[in-house]
Structure formats: C-alpha cells, structure tokens
Design a protein around this ligand. Structure first.
Ligand code: AMP
Length: 373
C-alpha cells in the first residue's frame, strides 16, 4: 500500500486527505478550519498540522503533496520541495497574494510535523506551461508585460490533467490522439483546449478572473469598463477587485451565487435569474467555438466540477443546436445522475460528450509520487 498525504492549505483552513495512490481509495480525510481565529481549530498552520497527525493514526505516507496555486513560468510539472523551490513559491506570491503564502505555510508546517517525509508542490498553473506564445501573450507593451510578469498562466491544471486522462479511458482511445475541450465548472470556472494531452489554450489568464462567468467572478470584461468605473463611480483598486471577484458572476446578475439556486429561481420565472443563466451559457458557447477553431476540430467535449458534473440544464444549454458541428447530446443520458464518468452524447454523435467527475486530490497524490521518481 502506497499512501500519499494531500494538503490544500488556505489562509484559514487546511483540507487534507490520505489516499492509497494506486487504487485511488481515500483512507481518511478532513479539514481544519478557522485557523488563527478566536474559537477556531488551531492557532496557526503548524498547530493545525500537528493536530492532523493525531488524526492520521498509524498510517504513514511516503510523500506529502501540496496544492500550490501559482507556479508562474518557473514550474511546468510537480516538483519536490527544496529550499530553492520554497523561495520560488514565495517570490511568486506577488502573482497570487491570497494563495501562495498560505500554500507555503502548509508546506512549512508539514516539514516540521512530518520530518523526513518528502514534500512535493503540485501547481495549478503547471499544465498550461505548454501554451504557445501566441496563446499566452497579451497584446500590451511588451516591456511592461515582461517587467511585471503579465501573461496568461491558466489554472485548474491539476483537474484538467486528471479529467483528460479519464476521458481517454472512457473513450478507449490514446490521449495522444485526442482533441478535447474540457469545461471545469465549479465556483471558479474555466475551459481548456487540450491536444494530445497538452493544454493549447485556456480561459483563465494571468489571474483566475478571466474567461467564463463564475459564481461571484465576472470573467471576461472590457478593461475599459474599469477606467470608466474609476472615473465615473470613483472606484479604487480594492473596490474594483471586490466588485469583479466577489460581487459579479451569476451572484451579481441574479443574487444567486450557487447554480442550483439560480436554476430553481429561473424555473420559477425570475427574469434576472434567466438572464444570468443565459449569460453563463452564452460564454460557454463562445469558448466552445473558439476552441474548436484552435484545435481544428474536436473529438470530445467534457464537463467536470460541481456545475459541470451536476447540472443537465447548463450542459444542454451549452450544446443546444450544435448538430451542424457534430455535437448531439442524448437528452435522457444528460438528465441521468451518476457519480461515474459517462458518455451523454448519442451513440452516433461524431463528437463525444462526456461527464467526468474530477479528483484533484488523487491527481496530486499520483503526481507527487511520480515526482519522487
Ligand atoms: P465546486 O467548486 O466544483 O465544488 O462546485 C461548486 C458549485 O457546484 C456550487 O456553487 C453549485 O453551484 C454547483 N452545483 C453543485 N451541485 C449542483 C447541482 N445539482 N446542480 C447545479 N449546480 C450544482
């Protein structure tokens, strides 16, 4: 039995899971919450990690895999943590100020709590390091962009790696032969065009704000709107940040940040909810079309994460009327609920449509073991 311990360390919580890496079986998992808060579970990340050891019992992992949000252009694969890697993650905190410092706190706590067990950093951005310059470059002053590391990095890479491999298994075809468009639709949402197992384009950009409409994030927006709001509404940087990251998306349009509530409200006849749903779906179709062009065709469209796995309405909206592109959804298969990966297109649809539940913890476990060599 090869056990991996997977850590997702946030600013005030540590989510953890002990997994059997070959079978993917979860041995134990938990979450320590409200770290550093009065009445919380632990005073700091180190104390939280010590309390987690107590919950692991006799089982000893051979590796600790850490989710790290931003690897910039320095990391294109899971990497064993060394002092140099720690310094790089710290340096990249300017690109992910809310995430990288917390991820690093988790790594440092694990080093103290589990002496002698190697730590591996698994980056959300790494999978997208395969993007060509034409796909990752923003058309702004090249020197300004270079000085401040402004480019597309992309996120959800760990999920895309897991889901693309599973999709190939479901299709019983080599991943290397496939052109996939994957929609990771959770609270955060993005799309990815994948050719031969490599990311060729993705909708999140320098930060996880670009692209699709999300629970509370706007996704794509004319940057000129920000100048307008700064001038006309007097909004400063913190207000604009809050507006676009926390008060936008389906929440901002309808008052519902959760897709379940939005769909229910829409079906009850609420006009704002209808519009929010339509905007959400319109954006999905925008990226679907773009990525079919970037890939020169598509073999399978794949849905994953909370909304992608559970909302037949969103999937049906995204793919309605696309028979001309070879995409034929089977309504009954789409409506059926299941925790298993499955095909929801008709048997004779030239393009397969799949639902593949993601498992980022298992992917982190496997990549961490692989990084040990
Ligand atoms: P995730 O970030 O992957 O955990 O996804 C969370 C989101 O999934 C929630 O905000 C919900 O909107 C959405 N979700 C979960 N279950 C359903 C469902 N049955 N129908 C529609 N959306 C769902």
């Amino acid at each position: 039995m090869t056990l991996a311990f997977v850590v997702n360390s946030g600013s005030s919580s540590i989510k953890w899971e002990l997994l059997e890496a070959e079978s993917g079986e979860s041995v134990r998992r938990g979450i320590v919450e409200r770290i550093g808060e009065a009445g919380g579970d632990a005073a700091d990340h180190r104390q939280a990690m010590t309390s987690i050891i107590g919950m692991l019992g006799a089982e000893h992992p051979v590796v600790i895999g850490h989710r790290v949000v931003h690897g910039g252009d320095l990391f294109s694969a899971a990497t064993v943590v060394t002092p140099e890697v720690e310094a790089a993650i710290e340096k990249l905190s300017s690109l992910a100020p809310l995430h990288n410092p917390s991820n690093l706190a988790g790594i440092r706590a694990a080093q103290v709590a589990f002496p002698g067990i190697p730590n591996v950093a698994v980056f959300d951005t790494a999978f997208h390091q395969s993007l060509a310059p034409a796909a990752y470059t923003y058309a702004i002053d090249a020197q300004v962009a270079a000085d401040h590391s402004v480019r597309r990095y992309g996120f959800h890479g760990t999920s895309y790696q897991y889901v693309s491999r599973r999709a190939a298994e479901v299709l019983e075809r080599p991943l290397g032969d496939l052109r996939l468009i994957v929609f990771h639709l959770g609270n955060g949402a993005s799309a990815c065009a994948i050719a031969g197992g490599r990311s060729v384009d993705t909708s999140m950009g320098m930060t996880p704000l670009e692209g699709l409409v999300m629970g509370t994030r706007s996704g794509d927006l004319d940057p000129g709107a920000l100048f307008h709001l700064a001038r006309e509404a007097g909004l400063g940087t913190p207000e604009l940040d809050t507006l676009l990251n926390r008060r936008s998306g389906i929440l901002g349009l309808s008052g519902h940040g959760d897709m379940r509530d939005l769909v229910e409200s829409m079906k009850a006849g609420d006009a704002a909810s209808r519009l929010a749903f339509d905007v959400y779906v319109h954006r999905l179709r925008h990226y679907l079309g773009a990525y079919i062009a970037q890939l020169g065709g598509v073999d399978a469209v794949v849905f994953t994460a909370g909304v992608g796995e559970n909302s037949p309405d969103v999937r049906a909206g995204a793919l309605a009327g696309l028979g001309g592109l070879g995409i034929h959804l089977d309504a009954a298969r789409n409506a059926r609920r299941s925790p298993e990966p499955r095909r929801i297109s008709t048997d004779d649809s030239p393009v397969a449509v799949l639902v593949v539940p993601t498992n980022e913890e298992l992917e982190i476990a496997r990549q961490s073991l692989a990084a040990l060599g």
